[in-house]
Design a binder for this molecule. Structure first.
Ligand SMILES: N[C@@H](CCC(=O)N[C@@H](CS)C(=O)NCC(=O)O)C(=O)O
Length: 202
C-alpha cells in the first residue's frame, strides 16, 4: 500500500497510528506530499487535493481518513479499533467525527490567519475558534469514556491534542480541561503516538 501523507497532517497521523496499532505499518510505503505546492500531483490520487490518500495493493485509492482507517481496521485479525456493530460503533464514529471536526475548524482558522492581513475575516477566525473551544470542552466532558480500550475515536481525540500542541501551544488547551490533559498524558506515551509526534519542517 502507498500512503500520500504530510508529516504535520493530523488526519495522516491518525491513519499512521491506526496502521501501527494494527500491525500494518511495514506494509505501507509513505509518500511525502506537499498538497500546497503549485505543481502537486495529489489530484491524480485524490480529486479533493488532500492528504491522506491510500493507494491499496489492488490499485484502488481510498480517502478520506475515516475511510482509510476503517479499511485498515478491516485488514487485520486483532482487536478491532472500530466496533463492528451496535451502540459502541456509533459512539466511536461520533467521537471520530467530533475529533476530525475540531481539526477541520482549527485548520480553517490557521489557514485564514495565514492570508494577507487585509483579506482575513476576523469573524470567520472567531467562528472557527469557538468551534474548536466547544469541541475541546466536549472532549473534556467525555474524557472518562476515552479512558477505555483504544479505539479509532480515542486515537482521533489524541491527534487533536497533539495538533493543538503543534499549532496552538500558546493557547494552553490543558487549562480548563484537566481530565482530557491527564488522559492525553497517558495515550501520548504509546509507541504509536511517540513514533508519530508531528514536527513542523518549516
Ligand atoms: N476530511 C479529510 C481532511 C483532510 C485534510 O484536510 N487534509 C489537509 C492536510 S491536514 C489537506 O490536505 N488540505 C489541503 C486542502 O485543503 O486543499 C480527512 O479526514 O482525511
Amino acid at each position: 500500500m502507498k500512503l500520500r501523507f504530510s508529516p504535520t497532517s493530523p488526519y495522516t497521523r491518525k491513519v499512521i497510528i491506526v496502521a501501527i496499532e494494527t500491525g500494518q505499518s511495514d506494509k505501507i510505503e509513505k509518500q511525502p506530499t506537499n498538497v500546497w505546492a503549485p505543481d502537486t500531483d495529489i489530484g491524480k490520487d485524490n480529486p479533493l487535493g488532500k492528504v491522506p490518500a491510500l493507494v491499496t495493493d489492488g490499485g484502488e485509492v481510498l480517502y478520506d481518513s475515516p475511510v482509510i482507517c476503517e479499511y485498515l481496521d478491516a485488514q487485520h485479525a486483532g482487536p478491532k479499533l472500530l466496533p463492528p456493530a451496535g451502540g459502541a460503533r456509533w459512539q466511536v464514529l461520533r467521537l471520530q467525527a467530533l475529533a476530525d471536526g475540531i481539526l477541520d475548524a482549527a485548520i480553517l482558522r490557521r489557514l485564514e490567519s495565514q492570508r494577507p492581513q487585509e483579506r482575513q475575516s476576523a469573524d470567520w477566525i472567531e467562528r472557527q475558534k469557538r468551534a474548536v473551544g466547544r469541541g475541546v470542552d466536549a472532549l473534556e466532558a467525555e474524557a472518562k469514556s476515552l479512558d477505555g480500550p483504544l479505539t479509532l475515536g480515542s486515537i482521533a481525540a489524541g491527534c487533536v491534542c497533539g495538533y493543538l500542541d503543534l499549532r496552538f501551544a500558546a493557547e494552553r488547551w490543558r487549562q480548563g480541561h484537566p481530565k482530557l490533559a491527564a488522559w492525553y498524558e497517558k495515550i501520548a506515551q504509546r509507541k504509536s503516538f511517540l513514533d508519530t509526534v508531528p514536527k513542523d519542517p518549516a
